[in-house]
Design a protein around this ligand. Structure first.
Ligand code: NAD
Ligand code: ZN
Length: 537
């Protein structure tokens, strides 16, 4: 939306700010009052005395509609334009609307001496207060950005508007994905080399405080220096801390150490944490960010395939407890996610494949085209060819973005992401974590798919296709013989995703579509587990 509209009472600086803003952007400037006067060929005071205020408002609405049909425009509106609900709706829909707010005292000062503000002819101070109390809620209701202009110069006001506009604009780069949740809106950018944009993003996000990089002892030596240098070269202060690598350190003891590191160096509310690593670092650093000083900003810089297409997006943060995985945590949306595939070559090939299992899952549950692309490009992606790797990471991330945008707290659609996880989790634990999460999920997807086939929901040929793609990525599709099928079955009943004792199964109906069923008989599950373990197919 290449339109910025300025709203606010007369005297709040809309004209001067609007002109400078338009000049800065190289856009056209439209002043609605001037348009009305040109149209009527008389000053507004005369329109009102001769034809009445209603006639003036009609002309004003027409001029607004015309202005909003143009692009690359800055529009300065009259103070009363928001009185008409239709005008409010138009502004809300079609422009980035900025409310310039100034207290009545300074409005009176700025308006002193002008005679062409008809509605203020008598007793400006009282009239203005009255107007402000009536219109403030109307301005607030439609403003995308609000600025208190009293202590700011025109240039500063323009800078602040531009900052707001850049933050809230819909993604201009098609490679940028936008997550929108009640807990915050942010960009997810994936591709080869996107990390280089980090300093620019931090600037645009208005993160002016210190930066605290959290990584792990494997990732930091490989990629940490690059990130620190990038930031220091742009004049930023950054401190780094590496936690020990591995899921066994994703716990409260590590969180406590990180708190100590931050607090002893006087971390502040305006600072930001950068999480550089796989899902373990992302979850733990995200949880630290959610809780230290009651919450500071976090930027996710995922370095594994799994983190790029899954864990870095969606705002679920947390750590494990002796009783179980991921039992302590908080929802805390990041300010930004940059997934740079140039960091993937150092990651173990089996770890990469495990991450792709989640991407294949995204395809099966909601993006048939992604599934087809993964099938077609499996070899290229496994050997990290670009730009296809970046493209498919982005496409898989886009699916996660879409799901969490509709369902931040897992009340609805987000449950689909659990496809393959009910049996997968149980197998992962029963393997004593010798199976990677993604490997266990791959097997879990085969089992869930088979349940769907047996219920007549899913085509056996589609299940075969799923198996082929998983196998092409080097992922297992059968339960290892060493695993005790009976114990897997028992575990399914104690999964935390189980609501009131009924297991909610996410089952595919075709590649790209799933449903949830809570009426799958346990005998059928047992049968499927047995077949998934024995079958050589
Ligand atoms: N928050 C969520 O929504 C969500 C979703 C899925 C999974 N998770 C969590 O994610 C975690 C798993 O994430 P993961 O698979 O990324 O594991 P991980 O973070 O443990 O990373 C795997 C290993 O690879 C190393 N590594 C990471 N990036 C590397 C790189 N570029 N080069 C070389 N080595 C690298 C790590 O040091 C680690 O040893 C689990 O704790 C899981 O619970 C969270
Ligand atoms: Zn998973």
């Amino acid at each position: 939306m290449q339109r910025i509209a300025l709203i606010g009472l007369s005297g709040s600086g809309k004209t001067t700010v609007g002109q400078l803003l338009a000049q800065t952007l190289g856009w056209n400037y439209i002043d609605i009052d001037q348009q009305v006067e040109a149209q009527a060929q008389q000053p507004i005071t005369e329109i009102i005395t001769q034809a009445g205020e209603a006639a003036f408002r009609r002309l004003e609405s027409q001029a607004l509609t015309a202005a909003l049909s143009e692009t690359n425009v800055v529009i300065a509106t009259g103070g009363g334009i928001v009185e008409d609900p239709a005008n409010r709706e138009r502004l809300r829909e079609s422009a980035f609307t900025v409310w310039l707010h100034a207290p009545v005292g300074s409005l009176v000062q700025r308006l002193a001496g002008t005679t062409d503000r008809p509605l203020l002819a008598d007793g400006p101070e009282a009239r203005l207060s009255q107007m402000l109390s009536r219109r403030a809620p109307l301005y607030a209701a439609i403003a995308d950005w609000m600025l208190a202009t009293k202590r700011l110069s025109t240039t500063q006001v323009v800078d602040e508007i531009l900052r707001g506009y850049r933050l809230q604009r819909p993604a201009a780069d098609p490679a940028e994905l936008r997550v929108t949740t009640p807990g915050g809106s942010y960009t997810v950018h994936a591709g080869h080399g996107v990390l280089d944009e980090l300093p620019g993003w931090i600037e645009r996000l208005g993160l002016r405080g210190k930066l605290w990089l959290i990584s792990d002892t494997t990732v930091f030596p490989l990629h940490g220096e690059r990130v620190c240098r990038l930031l220091r070269d742009s004049g930023r202060t950054v401190q780094a801390h590496a936690i020990p690598a591995g899921e066994q350190y994703k716990n409260l003891a590590t969180v406590s150490q990180v708190y100590g590191w931050l607090l002893e160096q006087s971390v502040e509310r305006g600072d930001a944490i950068l999480a550089l690593g796989g899902g373990v670092v992302g979850d733990l650093a995200g949880f630290v960010a959610a809780s230290v000083l009651r919450g500071i900003a976090v930027i996710q810089l995922p370095t594994t395939v799994l983190a790029m297409v899954d864990s870095a997006i969606g705002g679920k943060t947390g750590v494990d407890h002796a009783v179980g995985k991921n039992l302590i945590g908080a929802f805390h949306q990041p300010a930004l996610v940059l997934a740079d595939t140039s960091m993937l070559p150092t990651l173990d090939a089996a770890e990469r494949a495990a991450g792709w299992a989640e991407a294949i899952k995204h395809g099966v549950i909601g993006d048939a085209e992604l599934f087809a692309e993964l099938k077609r490009h499996a070899r290229a992606v496994l050997s990290l060819q670009e730009p296809i790797t970046g493209t498919l990471i982005r496409r898989a991330a886009a699916h996660k973005v879409q799901v969490v945008s509709g369902d931040e707290r897992e009340h609805g659609g987000r449950i689909m992401l659990n496809y393959g996880h009910t049996i997968g989790h149980a197998i992962e634990i029963e393997s004593g974590f010798t199976l990677r999460h993604g490997e266990a999920v791959a097997i879990g997807m085969m089992a869930a798919g088979l349940i769907a086939v047996k219920l007549g929901l899913f085509d056996a040929a589609a299940l075969d296709e799923q198996r082929e793609v998983l196998a092409a990525f080097g992922l297992p599709t059968r339960i290892p013989a060493t695993i005790d099928a009976q114990r897997v079955l028992q575990r399914i009943g104690s999964d935390k995703k189980v609501r009131s004792k009924r297991v909610r199964w996410v089952l595919p109906t075709q590649i790209g579509a799933t449903i949830v069923r809570d009426d799958v008989p346990l005998e059928l599950v047992a049968e499927v587990i047995a077949e998934t373990q024995a079958s050589e197919a």
